[in-house]
Design a protein around this ligand. Sequence first.
Ligand SMILES: [Zn+2]
Length: 108
Amino acid sequence: MEIRQFQEHIKKIYFHHDSKRGVENTLKWFLSEVYELTEAVNKGSKKDIMTEAADVVAWLVSLLSLLDIDLEEAVINRYGGGCPKCHSIPCKCEYRDKPNKIVTIKID
Ligand SMILES: [Zn+2]
């Protein structure tokens, strides 16, 4: 299954719920799934990590479908030519250990 097919698949399963829920609440679900993935990674169970990673991607495509954004087009545009900054494969940018921004997200 390719990215666009997966987005359509999830849309067929959940769009009737997602469209009722709306962008803001779907974004909150997505963020709560990212948190659950974080917990799974910290616990180290491969089975749980796989489950939560699948949920994160499913909620991401649900959110993007509500916004009429095609994830496959987005990733090809952003990463199809390699690193978006240096345009190399592999990336030749200076290594960074941590992100520039440390964020705290509160969900209701
Ligand atoms: Zn780079």
